[in-house]
Design a protein around this ligand. Structure first.
Ligand code: AHR
Length: 526
């Protein structure tokens, strides 16, 4: 699409998007904020790893059971027990990597329960999530089949909290060894001749909490011990990820970097966004919120930038060559569960607010791609900030899903450094930057700029000085909706979905665009 002048187009795009006509006393609110952006298109040197767009799937509520696995005898269309509609939706967002089986569940999981004939697998209790029966129908073979079906790399989270070194060593042998050995022969007996490629292994999860209540010193020693027996069998090279810090806990990172250093390839970090900050008893509703809930959620989402910056600074001191990746393998919004649902299942709806959190957070990770090498949003289906929601045979994708779809243009692209002077979004005496951005150049030479306007009332005019490149042709897509809490339901799955966007114009040295309030926009420049 050719770049268009946008004098009258701005109002036009509001009307196309279904936003109510403007009343005279609202016009002050519609005056766009002023923002300036410089993109250094000739200076990119770091790659935005596609693995930043990873997912997390846990044996929790209906993430695996119901969301992914329905069983081979289900009426829901499936391939070897894995639901076809979910696979089709997930393929569209090009998921690079999936972490499994937890989370907290990983440190109670004994992988041998989940292999062999499904009828003979033991019934265990998921003591972490809801105390429900875990019938182990979805195990190693099923997970790796799921990864194959959607084209994602597996990230196996190993049990350090309640498992043994031998158990983890045998799991790796089972999955990856080529030899005529006990474990690889067991794999063959269970129907898989060739070993799988397992590129990522986590050594424990939240070892400071549900993973064993360890000190960082004790965990460091455990990492060194378990890791020693995680072997690289011929043809498989494992990227080893240590259990990392809880949000602001800088000491964990300090100790791990000092005591483990480059024995680990990646160090994890978990940070969840709650509207209430740290009040886990009263987090707030996923859908029923005012502007106060909108602002505080985005304010806490911005905190990811601060956390990543501070952990990176510690890592830089021990590892200036940036050999160890920061792996944000759990992030996303966490609200009160939907009324009437099992509190242990963490089922929540997903609104335009979540899309803004996703757009903002992914921009933060892109901008830190020199250190952030992987991230996994929590979680894939029916749990926390999910990509898809299911109810028996029904399925819908969420607004967050669409952000992953729109941002796929950044996968493995070169980050283009950018400087943004953003207007403030002020609310009740507090303020955050209203606009967030990241820019990249893909292997075909196209430049993509992803922009979020967090302000729910005012558009944002962004004037961009594109240095080192010329925008010949621009096209754009937008995700927005009239209401802050707009969301998709099984009855109305298209309430929030991307649309074409043309509120931009090419200038002598770049472009000018006007982002509607509460929107995520991706521009493409040839
Ligand atoms: O994603 C839900 C839970 O949050 C995970 O199991 C755990 O690692 C974290 O505390």
């Amino acid at each position: 699409m050719n770049a268009k002048q946008f004098g009258p187009t701005l109002l036009g795009s509001f009307l196309i998007l279904g936003i109510q006509p403007v009343r005279a006393d609202d016009t002050a609110a519609l005056v766009p904020t002023t923002n300036t952006l410089v993109i250094h298109a000739g200076e990119g040197k770091n790659t935005i790893s596609r693995n930043i767009y990873g997912q997390f799937s846990e044996h929790l509520g209906h993430c695996i059971y119901g969301g992914v696995w329905v069983g081979t005898h289900s009426k829901i269309p499936n391939t070897r027990g894995i639901r076809n509609d979910v696979v089709a939706a997930l393929k569209q967002i090009q998921i690079p990597v999936i972490r499994w089986p937890g989370g907290c569940f990983a440190d109670q999981y004994h992988w041998m329960d989940g292999i062999g004939p499904r009828k003979q697998r033991p019934q265990t209790i998921n003591t972490t999530w809801g105390g429900v029966v875990e019938d182990n129908q979805f195990g190693t073979h099923e997970f790796l089949d799921f990864c194959d079906q959607i084209g994602a790399a597996p990230y196996i989270s190993g049990n350090v909290g309640s498992g043994t070194v031998e158990e983890l060593a045998q799991w790796i042998e089972y999955m990856t060894a080529t030899t005529n050995s006990v474990m690889s022969n067991l794999r063959r007996e269970n129907g898989r001749k060739e070993p799988w490629k397992i590129p990522f292994v986590g050594i424990g999860n939240e070892s400071w909490g549900c993973g064993g209540q360890m000190t960082p010193e004790f965990y460091s020693d455990n990492f060194r011990r378990y890791n020693e027996f995680v072997k690289d069998y011929p043809g498989n090279k494992i990227y080893r990820i240590a259990s990392g810090s809880n949000g602001d806990d800088m000491n964990w990172t300090e100790v791990l970097m000092r005591n483990v250093g480059t024995r680990m390839n990646g160090l994890s970090l978990h940070y969840y966004t709650l509207p209430s900050g740290n009040d886990w008893e009263h987090k707030g509703s996923a859908t029923e919120f005012s502007e106060a809930g909108w602002f505080s959620t985005l304010n806490h989402a911005w905190h990811m930038n601060d956390i990543v910056t501070r952990h990176s600074a510690i890592m830089d001191r021990y590892d200036p060559q940036k050999k160890v990746g920061l792996i944000v393998d759990e992030w996303g919004t966490w609200y009160d569960v939907e009324p009437g649902t099992n509190p242990g299942f963490l089922y929540q709806q997903n609104t335009l607010r979540d899309a803004l959190v996703a757009g903002l957070t992914l921009n933060i990770f892109n901008r830190h791609c020199d250190r952030v090498k992987m991230a996994c949003i929590a979680q894939l289906a029916n749990v926390l900030q999910a990509m898809v929601l299911t109810d028996n045979e029904k399925m819908t994708v969420t607004p967050s899903y669409w952000v992953f779809e729109m941002y796929a243009v950044h996968h493995d692209a070169t980050l283009l450094p950018s400087d943004l002077q953003s207007a403030d979004y002020n609310f009740n005496g507090q303020k955050i930057p209203a606009v967030s951005v990241s820019a990249s150049r893909d292997p075909a030479g196209r430049i993509h700029v992803s922009l979020c306007n967090l302000n729910p009332d005012r558009p944002a005019e962004v004037t961009c000085d594109l240095q080192g490149a010329k925008a010949q042709k621009i096209s754009g897509r937008i995700l927005t909706a009239p209401e802050m809490n707009a969301h998709n339901t099984f009855e109305h799955p298209d309430n929030v979905k991307p649309a074409e966007f043309d509120a931009f114009r090419v200038t002598d040295n770049g472009f000018v665009t006007t982002l509607p309030s509460k929107s995520v926009v991706v521009l493409e420049m040839d």
